[in-house]
Design a binder for this molecule. Structure first.
Ligand SMILES: [Zn+2]
Ligand SMILES: [Zn+2]
Length: 109
């Protein structure tokens, strides 16, 4: 029986062998990495997960629902966000100085 082996990019850092088996995923510094176990020497190493094109494009097109905001106090539209702490935006009305927040929403596809 042939076992299909895949290797991480670059192969094993220990012996250079490209045959490896998947050993789950880890997230390090916010980056997804695939764990590999070298089929030759058993060394565990990680390599960045390559995202399929579809996911990459979807991320680039990530949109937020950004409705026309009005100041709840004076109804002015001049309400620039001075801080963003996703999904919350903090606004301060340029007319009356009233502070309020809005929440970003994901637009359904
Ligand atoms: Zn190895
Ligand atoms: Zn206002």
């Amino acid at each position: 029986m042939l076992r299909r082996l895949e290797g991480g990019p670059g192969g094993c850092p220990n012996c250079g062998c490209e045959a490896a088996v998947r050993r789950g995923r880890v997230v390090r510094f916010g980056q997804k990495r695939q764990r590999w176990e070298c089929d030759s020497c058993g060394r565990i190493y990680t390599a960045p997960v390559e995202e399929p094109e579809v996911i990459r494009i979807a991320k680039e097109c990530y949109a937020v629902d950004y409705p026309i905001l009005r100041c709840p106090q004076c109804e002015s539209r001049r309400v620039p966000a001075y801080s963003t702490d996703r999904p919350i935006r903090y606004h301060r009305c340029a007319e009356c100085g009233y502070r309020f927040k809005s929440i970003e929403k994901e637009v359904p596809a």
